[in-house]
Design a protein around this ligand. Structure first.
Ligand code: NAD
Length: 368
């Protein structure tokens, strides 16, 4: 009963009727930020996360602390647990599901292929099955990925470009998610919006991502490896700041049309959409390192190596005109400003990080 009270209270709408959102992966990087932003504007928000050990669980628990301080309760459980999901839908009539829970990361799939199938395919289907049977059916917004563009897509990537050459198992499972979304929209009238995120970074970010572990390694005077594509220079990414992605997610939730149910045809087709959420300005990883050096005031020990064939692609670059037109999405933070915020957060979250390399700060003041 106490559990149910917490669930209800977290999902209770304060000032936005018709906005009761279940956020899966809420203790994750993007999940924490969007949940807090939704709660602050008055939506009802309930989190769900299995707190898996893919990366530092202490960080996930710290994010949970941030969520709880904002009034967001995070239920601990797996999206594959149908009974749990049904119970949540029995207690709350969610109008929206923001589905961010997934096994992320490209290289981890080489050793752990089944966790991608478990979370990104089986878990997604399980969630859609529960949404399909819920009354009312919620509108679903979920995270796909820029990785669906694969190896040979032309730049910049637009939504209508080919996505039939995934470079990693991660990309293949995100692509599979898009096909599964199509099926559930077509047969059951579910409203589903997929967002292809492009390398999201920022405070409370993911320790498995380059900008994050580069920061740690630079501060610890450990060498960092920058991959180069022979003949193309450093690998480049369309780094997108978390606040911009949060705005994009919220705009997608606000524009999502209600589901029409299995008798969908009579009421007109339910919405099926896919949008790029990128920054439209790719930056070589070598430049990212220079910006980190400047903000950290520590020089990196760089090792340049040819790109191995491990699932990474050389470049990403989003064309965002569709999201701009239909969601009003407009990124406003460039990498320099966004990394400054990240570094400030990193040094406050790890207060000892700076001490370790205190001597570097004097020696290398010249590079700022
Ligand atoms: P994250 O790993 O920080 O967050 C995902 C959260 O989901 C984690 O807290 C994890 O514990 C939880 N989770 C994983 N499997 C689960 C399961 N089976 N049941 C319940 N919870 C589960 O990742 P993120 O960076 O916040 O990414 C959010 C979403 O965006 C993911 O779907 C990811 O694939 C996608 N995405 C992220 C990026 C990026 O650059 N961060 C880029 C493209 C796509």
């Amino acid at each position: 009963a106490a559990w149910e009270r917490r669930v209800r209270s977290s999902a209770r709408v304060r000032s936005r009727p018709g906005h009761s959102v279940l956020v899966t992966g809420a203790a994750g990087f993007v999940g924490m930020h969007v949940s807090i932003a939704l709660k602050r504007r008055g939506d009802g928000v309930l989190g769900l996360d299995n707190f898996n050990g893919y990366y530092d669980q202490t960080l996930k628990r710290a994010r949970q602390g941030m969520l709880e301080r904002t009034g967001v309760f995070v239920v601990e459980g797996d999206i594959n647990d149908k009974e749990l999901l049904k119970k949540l839908f029995d207690v709350v009539s969610f109008t929206h599901v923001l589905h961010l829970a997934a096994q992320a990361g490209v290289r981890y799939a080489i050793q752990n292929p089944s966790s991608y199938v478990h979370s990104n395919i089986a878990g997604f289907v399980n969630l859609l099955e529960v949404c399909k049977s819920a009354n009312p059916q919620p509108a679903i917004v979920w995270a796909s990925s820029s990785s669906v563009y694969g190896l040979n897509s032309k730049l910049p990537f637009s939504e209508k470009d080919r996505t039939d050459n995934p470079a990693s198992l991660y990309a293949a499972t995100k692509k599979a998610g898009e096909e599964i979304a199509h099926t559930y929209n077509h047969i059951y009238g579910l409203s589903i919006t997929g967002l292809r995120f492009f390398t999201v970074y920022g405070p409370w970010g993911r320790p498995d991502m380059a900008y994050y572990f580069f920061t740690k390694d630079i501060l610890n005077r450990r060498p960092i490896t920058i991959f180069e594509a022979p003949g193309h220079g450093s690998v480049a990414r369309d780094f997108t700041f978390i606040d911009d992605v949060v705005k994009g997610c919220i705009a997608a939730l606000d524009t999502a049309k209600k589901s029409t149910g299995s008798g969908g045809k009579k009421k007109g087709p339910a919405q099926l959409r896919i949008y790029n959420l990128g920054n439209t300005s790719p930056v070589p990883v070598s430049d990212l390192v220079s910006i980190l050096e400047k903000h950290l005031k520590v020089k990196a020990i760089r090792k340049v190596q040819p790109m191995p064939r491990n699932g990474d692609v050389r470049f990403t670059h989003a064309n965002i005109s569709l999201a701009q037109k239909e969601l009003g999405y407009k990124p406003t933070t460039d990498l320099e400003a966004g990394l400054k915020k990240f570094v400030r957060w990193y040094l406050s979250y790890y207060p000892d990080a700076k001490k370790k390399s205190a001597w570097d700060f004097e020696v290398l003041d010249c590079i700022s």
